[in-house]
Design a binder for this molecule. Structure first.
Ligand SMILES: Cc1cc2nc3c(=O)[nH]c(=O)nc-3n(C[C@H](O)[C@H](O)[C@H](O)COP(=O)(O)OP(=O)(O)OC[C@H]3O[C@@H](n4cnc5c(N)ncnc54)[C@H](O)[C@@H]3O)c2cc1C
Length: 394
């Protein structure tokens, strides 16, 4: 516990990836840092991330893999603290890791190792950690921030907001960062669930009956496309391709799914010439799961031997399968969203230090900001990079 009226050089609110990194870096620079979290343990999202193995970074990290109202904001921090910097830290702690796919790096063992590593780094920096009590209020006067935390009070000339976004509230996630930002006159870009399953309406019931079926597809929203697996669920669509596209999707918009990525437009016509007795749904079943192939053939209304199906109908069917239109009626919301898009407006912050331009000493880092990465380790890389950037200047 902290004793009454303690003073620090910096107080960091939120002991997730960003807050732990920031506190460790500042502490190791000789700053007296207090790290506060209302949860009884640090890094809860790290622990559940990557199926318990934490997809801690992505080798393909680049600013264009992040969504933000200001696409340039993330460049500075991402450029100065790179995936290889975090890998060096992980290697220094002898944590074994592997690349899974698409540049995604995971622990061989457990996400616990990452939390343990960050806690060790905090300990090296002499960071004081106060867990398990709510933040009752933050005041600012005479250039100092005073934080009431449980029965305690602490103050510092610098305050870092690292309390993340409201995705997965049952894990203790809150919109606290936004309330605090607004209290200090910062703008908040409308938060919305991202990396989230999408839901389908009754007219797409046929697809809901495919719950559990997955396929390699290209999912599109506007000009953005991802080739990965899509999964049908009892409520709609999920899987990496859908989670990725959900971050770009807006209510009432359509998404397009190419169920036959890489197939030529006259693939079915060529098959008809070569094997006329083959049924259309059987042909689709050669490249798609059988249940999905049948459902799609039924939806299109093309059934029977290829020989009996006109070429133009086969071509039209392939065109539809290459850009199948869904109009999701919503998403599974913050309860299921891996991250929150939107957040504290980066226009109010320095991209080099994460400090608010009009409130000296007030910093915001990590997911609390309007910077949202793709699926695949990008969000942790942002947490590390933004935490490191602020930690350098506290
Ligand atoms: C299921 C799941 C799996 C994920 N897997 C990955 C992955 O493999 N790779 C990846 O890159 N990203 C992944 N993410 C996203 C990633 O976890 C987040 O982007 C990242 O944790 C954000 O870090 P942060 O420190 O900004 O916020 P958080 O990790 O959310 O930390 C915020 C901290 O603030 C605390 N807090 C909140 N409100 C208050 C308050 N009022 N007072 C005091 N403390 C408060 C919370 O308890 C928490 O400890 C995953 C997310 C989820 C939900």
């Amino acid at each position: 516990m902290i004793s009454k009226d303690r003073t620090f050089d910096a107080i960091v609110l939120g002991a997730g990836g960003a807050g732990l990194m920031c506190a460790a870096v500042a502490g190791q620079r000789g700053r007296r840092v207090l790290l506060i979290d209302h949860a009884p343990q640090p890094g809860k999202k790290i622990l559940i991330s990557g199926g318990g193995r934490c997809n801690f970074t992505n080798l393909q990290t680049a600013p264009d893999r992040f969504l933000s109202a200001n696409p340039h904001f993330a460049k500075s921090a991402l450029g100065r603290y790179r995936p290889e910097d975090f890998i060096a830290l992980v290697d220094g702690h002898r944590i074994a890791w592997h690349e899974k796919t698409l540049g995604q790096l995971f622990c061989d063992g457990s996400a616990r190792q990452i939390v343990h590593m960050l806690m060790e780094e905090c300990a090296k920096g002499g960071v004081r950690i106060a867990l398990g009590g709510p933040v009752a209020g933050v005041a600012h006067s005479d250039g100092r921030f005073t934080v009431r935390h449980g029965e305690e009070t602490a103050s510092a000339p610098a305050l870092v907001i690292a309390t993340g976004g409201p995705s997965i509230p049952k894990m203790g996630a809150t919109g606290f960062a936004y309330d605090l930002a607004r209290q200090f006159g910062l703008n908040v870009v409308d938060p919305r669930p991202a990396l989230v399953p999408l839901t389908l309406s009754a007219e797409d019931r046929l697809f809901r009956e495919l719950s559990g079926v997955s396929a390699d597809v290209v999912a599109r929203a506007g000009k953005i496309a991802f080739r990965e697996a899509a999964l049908f669920t009892h409520r709609g669509l999920s899987g990496p391709a859908i989670l990725q596209i959900s971050s770009y999707w807006r209510q009432c918009e359509e998404i397009g799914i190419d169920f036959l990525p890489g197939r030529a437009a006259d693939w079915a016509v060529a098959a008809k010439r070569a094997r006329p007795k083959t049924h259309f749904h059987t042909l689709l079943g050669e490249v798609l799961p059988g249940r999905l192939a049948e459902a799609l053939a039924k939806k299109i209304g093309l059934w029977g031997e290829l020989a009996n199906l006109p070429d133009e109908k086969l071509r039209a069917a392939l065109a539809r399968l290459a850009d199948w239109r869904f109009r999701p009626n919503g998403s599974e919301g913050f309860a299921k969203a891996e991250v929150t898009a939107g957040g504290i407006d980066t226009a109010d912050l320095s991209s080099r230090t994460m400090e608010a331009r009009r409130v000296p000493g007030f910093y915001a880092i990590g997911e609390a900001l309007d910077v949202t990465g793709w699926l695949g380790g990008y969000n942790f890389q942002w947490a590390w990079a933004s935490g490191w950037a602020a930690g350098q200047v506290l």
